[in-house]
Design a protein around this ligand. Structure first.
Ligand SMILES: CC(C)[C@H](C(=O)O)[C@@H](O)C(=O)O
Ligand code: SF4
Length: 414
């Protein structure tokens, strides 16, 4: 009996655990990528002991892949040598780590997964505990197969109603980020629930735990239901039974209720995610780059939304528009459906799957004085390149409509 995070840890440990307790648990998977694996390897070498279970380690090249410069190339070389030396079986290059973790079936309801990446919270969309940790802890977990946690207190976000046309799950999450603020859920578990969440696809649900990181949360969770299990069977190739845990007689530190039918399209303004404004307040602001990508909003439905808006039109002459599908699977599906052609005909640059322009390494770096409108989750200073550039966060529909005008534009007016 307890909150969803308490239920997940209680099941794993075989005894009831409560918020505030410090526990040591076996982790199901340990994820890291090209940006965080090098320091994990360093810690691993310092410990000098063998890997506990190779099956539980999942490694990615996604943050700067294919290598955009010599340093990234040397980095990949070093990691690949390690993968071969250790004979690690789970090595991926098919897109953003979090998306591929889910697609490839590493994420099961009830699982405990740690990742050397702050958006490892994403796995909570399928009822798994996912948390980001530092590289040293990743290296230690390779050796022990375990990790310690302080069980977090929980905030419940109850969402009801249906969104109006032109308003998407991203707008709802931006609204919540504005409501909670960037330290509004520090080290908490944020449970997203209610009829609105139940009515969303897994692809849309992912946005909420993914961006729980932006409000400081240790994890973001959605209880697994029949939508989750259908996804796991049909998309991730998993077979049940699944541990679809539910909170029971739970004690929440705070319960927030939002009627989503009252919300309009939202924009998180530079340089803080919590700086969320109704689109009317920023409409008309000139933009130099539109970036549709990342683990937050580059799934099939997002690409489809953008393609439907851009079909038969041309993006603004002075705005570059970059679309980076989150994974190869999404890219190929979009290709087969003709969406990539539609986007290219409209003047978009479609890049290889991965983190792309998200952290300013390659594929869409901003110059000083430039302003980007993107479907990402973060907009702090310097995130996409020059510290003198500005980043505004929005939904795929807002991004696509704005690509046509070169200015922040309300998707309801398209
Ligand atoms: C580079 C990596 C460690 C980082 C993270 O942990 O989140 C990145 O993925 C990000 O989104 O800022
Ligand atoms: S897409 Fe962006 S937010 Fe997601 S893991 Fe990559 S760099 Fe981080």
């Amino acid at each position: 009996m307890g909150t969803l995070v308490e239920e997940i840890f209680s099941r794993k440990l075989g005894r009831p655990v409560r918020a505030g307790e410090i526990v040591m648990v076996d982790v199901d998977y340990i994820m890291s990528h090209d940006n965080t694996t090098p320091l994990a390897i360093k810690a691993f070498r310092q410990i000098g002991k063998p890997i506990h279970d190779k099956e539980r380690i999942v490694l990615f090249f996604d943050h700067a892949y294919p290598a955009p410069n010599i340093a990234a190339a040397e980095n990949h070389r070093m990691i690949l040598d390690f993968v071969r030396e250790q004979g690690l079986p789970h090595f991926h290059r098919e897109g953003v780590c979090h998306q591929v973790m889910i697609e490839e079936g590493y994420v099961r309801p009830g699982a405990i997964i740690i990742g050397g990446d702050s958006h490892s919270n994403t796995y909570g969309a399928l009822g798994a505990f996912g948390a980001g940790l530092g590289s040293t802890e990743i290296g230690v977990a390779w050796v022990t197969g375990k990790c310690w946690f302080r069980i977090p207190e929980s905030i419940r976000v109850e969402l009801r109603g249906e969104t109006q046309p032109g308003v998407s799950a991203k707008d709802v999450m931006l609204h919540i980020a504005g409501l909670l603020g960037m330290d509004g859920a520090t080290y908490k578990s944020v449970e997203f629930a209610g009829e609105y969440i139940r009515g969303l696809s897994v692809d849309e649900r992912i946005i909420f735990p993914n961006m729980s990181t932006e409000v400081g949360a240790k994890c973001g969770l959605i209880e697994a239901d029949e939508v989750t299990t259908a996804y796991l069977e049909n998309e991730a190739g998993l077979q049940g039974p699944f541990a679809c845990l539910k909170p029971l007689d739970a004690q929440y530190e705070r319960v927030i209720e939002v009627d989503v039918s009252q919300l309009g399209p939202a924009v998180a303004c530079h340089p803080r995610v919590e700086n969320v404004k109704p689109i009317e307040e920023v409409e008309g602001l000139e933009i130099h780059e539109v970036y549709i990508g990342t683990c937050t909003n580059a799934r099939y439905g997002d690409i489809e939304t953008a393609a439907n808006i851009l079909r038969g039109k041309r993006v603004h002459a002075y705005t570059r528009v970059i679309v980076t599908p989150a994974s190869e699977r999404i890219y190929q599906r979009a290709l087969r459906a003709g969406l990539i052609e539609t986007l290219m005909d409209a003047g978009c640059v479609v890049t290889q799957p991965g983190c792309g322009a998200c952290i300013g390494r390659h594929g869409g770096i901003l110059a000083a004085g430039e302003r980007a409108l993107t479907t990402m989750n973060r907009n702090f200073i310097g995130r996409m390149g020059s510290p003198e550039a500005e980043i505004y966060l929005a939904s795929p529909a807002t991004a696509a409509v704005s690509a046509l005008t070169g200015r922040i534009t309300d998707p309801r007016k398209a």
